[in-house]
Design a protein around this ligand. Structure first.
Ligand code: SF4
Length: 255
C-alpha cells in the first residue's frame, strides 16, 4: 500500500500522521494523542507502509475441513443452547478467510450485526477495517468472529453461562483456521479468551497465548470503544504496530 492511500485510511478514522524525529529513518506512523473523527489534514509522512503477507485464501480448504466448517455453520445457525436464541434475529457466525493468518475476535453481535448476520459492520466495523488497512491488512484477508454468536438484548454484556455455552463454537473456528495470531479486541473478548479479570490496559503490549496450540494473542481496544473514546486511538495504534511487528517475526504457517 502506498503512503498516500495509507494516510487516507488513517484520516478516515480521525488519525493524524506524523514523521518520526529521526530523519531519514523509515519508520511507523502514529496515532496522535488528540485524534478526532474526520480531522482533515495529514501533517506529513515519508514512512513507507509495510505490507503484510497477502491473504492466503488461494490455499484451498482440505475436504475434511470443508465438511467441518459446514457442520459447524449449520450447528450455530440452529443453536438454542442459551436463551439468546429467543431474542436474536439470526446468528452471526463469523466472516473472512478460513485460511487466515490473523483472526480478530470481538465480543458479541450488536444491533446492526444481528440484522445483517455479519460481525463488525456499521461504524465500528468501518473503523476496524480502517485499523486493519493501516497495518496493511484487508478485511478479507483475516477471519473475524465474536465470542457470542447471538446478540445479547440491548447490547448488554454477555453472561458467563452464555459465554460457556457459545465458546466451544469459537474454539472450533480457531482449531479449523489455525491462525498465526489472534487479535482480541475489547475487554469482554480479552478477558474471556485469557480467562482473567485483569483490566485490558494491563494486558496490552504483551504476547499472550490461547488454547492447546498456544496461539499467540495480542489485545487491543474495541473499535466501538474507540469511537466513544477517540483519545485512546493512539494506544490502539501502538497495539496494532506491536501486533504487526510480532507477526513479521513469526515463522511461516505450517498447514
Ligand atoms: S449465543 Fe451461542 S450458545 Fe447462545 S444461542 Fe447463540 S449460538 Fe447458541
Amino acid at each position: 500500500m502506498d503512503t498516500a492511500r495509507r494516510n487516507q485510511y488513517l484520516q478516515a478514522i480521525g488519525v493524524d500522521v506524523w514523521v518520526p524525529r529521526r530523519s531519514g529513518v523509515a519508520s511507523d506512523v502514529g496515532w496522535a494523542e488528540s485524534a478526532k473523527p474526520n480531522v482533515p489534514g495529514v501533517k506529513t509522512s515519508g514512512a513507507p507502509q509495510t505490507q503484510l503477507s497477502p491473504p492466503s485464501s488461494v490455499t484451498p480448504l482440505r475436504q475434511d475441513d470443508e465438511a467441518a466448517w459446514q457442520a459447524l455453520r449449520a450447528e450455530v445457525k440452529n443453536c438454542t443452547k442459551c436463551p439468546l436464541h429467543a431474542t436474536r434475529t439470526q446468528t452471526v457466525f463469523g466472516v473472512g478467510n478460513e485460511n487466515a493468518d490473523w483472526m480478530v475476535i470481538g465480543e458479541a453481535p450488536g444491533a446492526e450485526e444481528d440484522r445483517r448476520g455479519e460481525p463488525f459492520v456499521g461504524a465500528a466495523g468501518q473503523l476496524l477495517n480502517a485499523m486493519l488497512k493501516a497495518i496493511g491488512l484487508e478485511r478479507e484477508a483475516v477471519y473475524i468472529a465474536n465470542i457470542l454468536k447471538s446478540r445479547p438484548p440491548g447490547n448488554r454484556d454477555p453472561k458467563p453461562e452464555e459465554v460457556a455455552a457459545c465458546f466451544p463454537y469459537l474454539n472450533r473456528q480457531i482449531a479449523l483456521i489455525r491462525p498465526k495470531l489472534i487479535l482480541a479486541v475489547g475487554r469482554i473478548a480479552v478477558q474471556n479468551l485469557l480467562g482473567t479479570t485483569a483490566p485490558l490496559g494491563r494486558l496490552r503490549g504483551q504476547v499472550h497465548t490461547f488454547g492447546e496450540l498456544s496461539t499467540p494473542l495480542i489485545v487491543t481496544y474495541h473499535p466501538a470503544y474507540l469511537l466513544r473514546t477517540p483519545s485512546e486511538k493512539r494506544k490502539a495504534w501502538e497495539d496494532l504496530k506491536f501486533a504487526r511487528d510480532f507477526f513479521h517475526n513469526l515463522p511461516p504457517k505450517v498447514s
